[in-house]
Design a protein around this ligand. Structure first.
Ligand code: ZN
Length: 227
């Protein structure tokens, strides 16, 4: 009889549909720039009630409000290079979930992400260093028993997070940059759920839906990822 979960699911799906419709407008060059006027600003002075939280890359070409043609009060956004998670990111997203009661959390990667480039180079360097093989090849990497630990213990946060995603993609025999980007979104979602009890709890009680997406710089479209 408890339909609260279903309602929340409907809300999250409706929110996501609305965001994707906004993205279509943006990609077609017909944005409406909704809710960006003075009246909206005034109605939001004392409260905010965003529908969704978005964890996205800081890349200047990927601002969620513009990409989803959204307005003031619509999206609670957290952005770091390569949408890397740290304690501050987790705390911010947990605030959105537990205090603002967003029903949807979008993890948004993108085409041409520089953090992925950096991580792939750092991973190659780590493999090269561990094997004395300057090419840092996949075959060389296979000879390192504890590569996972070496990545996890790396000093560079880019290597520990994005680099781990790149390594997981390579282990799955994916070598394309765009696949690294997709795997990194999946890995980031996994990390969010693993590291946050607040998020685990919201998912378990059907109060939250998480979706992964990849923004295509070349088309303006957001590609919905399924894992
Ligand atoms: Zn990026």
């Amino acid at each position: 009889m408890n339909s609260a979960g279903d309602d929340q699911d409907t809300t999250a799906n409706a929110t996501w549909s609305r965001m994707l419709a906004g993205n279509r407008r943006f990609a077609e060059g017909k944005p409406e720039h909704p809710w960006q006027d003075a009246t909206t600003r005034e109605t939001l002075i004392d409260r905010q009630n965003p529908d969704a939280a978005v964890l996205a890359c800081s890349d200047s070409r990927v601002p969620p409000e513009i990409v989803f043609d959204a307005g003031l009060g619509d999206l609670f956004t957290v952005r770091t290079a390569g949408q890397i998670i740290d304690d501050a990111v987790l705390a911010s997203l947990e605030y959105a979930v537990s205090k603002l009661h967003v029903s949807l959390l979008v993890v948004l990667g993108h085409e041409g992400c520089g953090a992925i480039d950096t991580a792939a180079k750092e991973l190659d360097a780590l493999i090269a260093e561990a094997t004395d093989n300057p090419a840092g090849s996949l075959e060389a990497a296979a000879a390192i028993d504890d590569l996972d630990e070496r990545i996890a213990d790396a000093e560079s946060i880019v290597l520990r997070t994005v680099g781990m995603s790149v390594w997981q993609a390579r282990e799955a025999e994916l070598e394309a940059h765009e696949d690294f980007e997709r795997v990194h979104v999946a890995y980031t979602i996994e990390e969010l759920v693993t590291r946050s009890e607040v998020i685990q709890d919201a998912l378990a009680h059907d109060r939250l839906m998480i979706v992964g997406a990849r923004y295509q710089l070349s088309t303006g479209k957001v590609e919905v990822l399924s894992f």
